[in-house]
Design a protein around this ligand. Structure first.
Ligand code: VG1
Ligand code: CO
Length: 539
């Protein structure tokens, strides 16, 4: 039976860098999810007759939310919903299924790399027909709707069984339950040289993939073990759990500690990798060796020829402004297009749609290509395996040769967490005001060459976005300041440090960036304003 439910608005449903992200305790409040979903439907002028994709990373509330969304979609006249088996689907798979079916939109229930469980976070990513996250113009409309919502529609019906593949009906709406892994595998087979990777594993190449108890576990087992022949114990933490087994599914040197320890031990395998909660982030490790995501983007771009899907040439490459400039040097050498966009994958989408770029990446462990409109964790790992299989070189060798050819960007992100929102906003506003007066000033060994807010003018839709503040120094070092749009605990100030060197120098990145970190606190007046003498998290 169709039901119209009276509701009162929540005022905090503004989307951040990638969808809506909230503490589970907030997201599970009465009508909270329903309000948000109905606001989306209202903002886009209704979903009557449309097709949507639905899935999630399996975190706490995933199962309940899926049922609610299916029933609301049916009540709103949607024609068809394509749902992942058991309600699971990684973000990259969702983008693929959306594009393949020419669907009108898609939901991935995830807070990405944030912890899950009752005491963790929940979230929703909303994608539009282009296959990527909705643009700001759309999220603004949704937010306006959410502040005035009075009612939502829902079908009163028993829960849908999502364990069996195939088609069923929910009211008048068709529900097709698909196997997301098969969809994803089919796409990967077309991009990579699976035969060469199979030979690599058969030759004794050792590998470990940590799925962090999140959505990509079953994908990794199918691809790396069943299809490519890696040893069965090379995929770990591969059963998706509602609380990720207490892990923080953020693939970096801090949160993927067990993997990192293994890769830095004497019996380390040849390569290690990890993904985040919803499978769009990746980390690449060699034997006692870590590849920064910024370098990974540069290296894959430089080696595109080894990957079958790209061997005939690539259009260009893009990175977020906060990402190191490593890939800019490759773009120059290859004489291909190069773009710098604000943080958030959605800014790459227009560039891909208009054939301006093929590869793109962010320093936050995101790498991808135009095969979909999201970053893609397993794709990045397969890319490395493919390059290793084709060149016969190790992760470390490939990276060191890259530094030799192009020089090296020593790079690190410093996060200052849990800052009072007003203090953080004022810090950024005041720094922006001070920027012109910084030019020419000397801070230790660093002299400011230029200091500006980062403003992006989209060459396709003409929109303009301001995101972060950048200080450039005369020696090509840079500091980028911005506030996180995905945190759920006060404000997080992110400070991105980069120092470019052509000589082979000290290996200790933290030491190499020590002075620049001090300079960043000085310029941002971070300690005076936040009381923090050091960053809370270095990645
Ligand atoms: C962070 C990262 C950003 C990334 C976003 C979503 O955003 O810095 O690069 O695109 O998370 O990643 P912020 O605003 O907190 O810095 V995920 O894996 O949601 O899709
Ligand atoms: Co993610």
């Amino acid at each position: 039976m169709l039901k119209t439910v009276r509701t009162t608005p929540y005022t905090d449903q503004k989307m951040g860098t990638a969808g809506l992200r909230k503490k589970s305790t907030i997201a599970t409040q009465e009508n909270y999810l329903e309000n948000f979903v109905q606001s989306i439907f209202n903002a886009v002028g209704g979903v009557k007759g449309q097709t949507f994709i639905l899935g999630g990373d399996g975190r706490y509330f995933n199962k309940t939310a899926i049922q609610k969304i299916m029933k609301m979609s049916a009540a709103n006249g949607m024609k068809k919903m394509i749902v992942g088996q058991y309600g699971l689907m990684s973000t990259p798979t969702s983008s693929r299924v959306l594009l393949k079916n020419k669907a009108d939109g898609g939901f991935v229930l995830t807070a990405s790399h944030n912890p899950g469980g009752i005491n963790g976070d929940f979230g929703i990513k909303y994608a539009v027909a282009s296959g990527g996250q909705c643009p700001t113009s759309v999220s603004d409309k949704i937010y306006e709707n959410s502040k005035n919502i009075q009612e939502y529609k829902i079908l009163e019906a028993p829960d849908v069984d999502l364990s069996c593949l195939g088609t069923q009906k929910l009211g008048d709406m068709e529900i097709e339950v698909i196997d997301p892994i098969t969809e994803y595998v089919q796409m990967m087979e077309k991009i990579f040289d699976f035969a060469a990777i199979r030979r690599l594993f058969a030759s004794g190449f050792t590998f470990i993939f940590d799925a962090m108890n999140a959505v990509t576990g079953p994908y990794a087992r199918r691809i790396f073990v069943d299809i490519l022949g890696a040893a069965p114990d090379s995929v770990v933490n591969d059963v998706p759990m509602e609380d990720f087994g207490g892990l923080h599914p953020d693939p970096n040197l801090i949160y993927a500690k067990p993997l990192v320890e293994k890769m830095y031990s004497d019996n380390a395998p040849d390569m290690g990798g990890a993904n985040d909660g919803d499978g769009d982030r990746n980390m690449i490790l060699g034997k006692k060796f870590f590849v920064t995501p910024s370098d990974s983007l540069a290296i894959l771009t430089d080696n595109y020829k080894y990957i079958p899907a790209y061997k005939n040439g690539i259009y260009g490459v893009a990175k977020s402004a906060a990402t190191s400039t490593a890939v800019s040097r490759v773009a120059k050498a290859l004489n291909i297009g190069y773009y710098e966009v604000p943080t958030g994958w959605k800014y790459f989408c227009n560039l891909m749609d208009s054939n301006r770029i093929t590869f793109c990446g962010e320093e936050s462990f995101g790498t991808g290509s135009c095969h979909i409109r999201e970053k893609d964790g397993i794709w990045a790992i397969l890319s490395w395996l493919n390059v290793i299989a084709a060149t016969g070189k190790s992760v470390e060798q490939i990276t060191r040769e890259h530094w030799q050819k192009y020089g090296r960007s020593y790079y690190m992100r410093n996060d200052y967490d849990g800052i009072d929102v007003n203090v953080a906003n004022k810090l950024m506003d005041d720094l922006e005001q001070r920027m012109p007066s910084l030019v020419g000033k000397k801070f230790g060994n660093f002299t400011v060459k230029e200091a500006n807010p980062f403003i992006y003018n989209d060459p396709v839709d003409g929109s303009s976005t301001k995101n972060g503040l950048i200080v450039y120094f005369t020696d090509n070092s840079r500091i980028v300041y911005r506030l996180s749009g995905t945190g759920t605990n006060g404000a997080t100030l992110r400070v991105y440090l980069e120092r470019y060197e052509t000589k082979q120098l000290d290996e200790d990145v933290e030491k190499m960036l020590e002075e620049l970190a001090d300079v960043s606190r000085q310029i941002g007046e971070i300690t005076e304003r936040t009381g923090k003498v050091k960053a809370d998290l270095l990645t």
